[in-house]
Write a protein that binds this ligand. Structure first.
Ligand code: AMP
Length: 145
């Protein structure tokens, strides 16, 4: 079976760079489409239970998302991924990656085996959750060494 649509999930960590090279290489071999996603987690959102003393800093949130968009664009440009296949989402990384994969009919999700959360684990927490819950194949690319 040949894969037709790969989704590279990146958190911009070192393992992510390694996974990016692998995803791009596989997409070329399979002559498959390659999409890319980054999920912005932990935005400083208003929690109304704290009351009006905690302001919702919309400007800071916008700046964080814009910075993520720029980093994603730089990586996507390097990999030759067109604008319509670049995804910046907000929320839970696992849930958003799985949702976009399902909606875009992705048949292989490529992640780093470790990222920002997972060092020291056999498989990082995001990588592990995606393997458990995705409706398609998942490739967890190991960091060299
Ligand atoms: P972790 O399990 O969180 O250590 O990360 C493992 C891999 O999951 C990373 O190398 C990325 O491929 C992916 N990943 C983790 N967090 C994100 C995120 N916020 N957006 C997109 N991909 C992510």
């Amino acid at each position: 079976m040949a894969y037709r649509h790969l989704l590279l999930a990146t958190d911009f960590s070192q393992a992510g760079t390694h996974a990016a090279t692998r995803a791009s290489d596989l997409a070329r071999r399979y002559q498959a489409e390659l999409s890319i996603i980054h999920v912005v987690e932990n935005l400083p959102l208003l929690d109304s239970s704290f009351g009006p003393t905690v302001p919702f800093d919309a400007e800071l949130s916008d700046r964080i998302v814009a910075a993520a968009r720029n980093r994603l664009a730089a990586l996507a440009d390097q990999l030759g991924i067109p604008e319509q296949r670049r995804w910046i989402e907000l929320g839970s990384a696992t849930a958003e990656i799985i949702r976009v994969a399902r909606e875009q009919e992705v048949d292989l999700i490529v992640v780093g085996s470790h990222g920002r959360h997972g060092l020291g684990l056999l498989l990082g927490s995001t990588a592990s959750a995606i393997v458990h819950h995705a409706g398609c194949d998942v490739l967890a690319v190991r960091l060299p060494g």
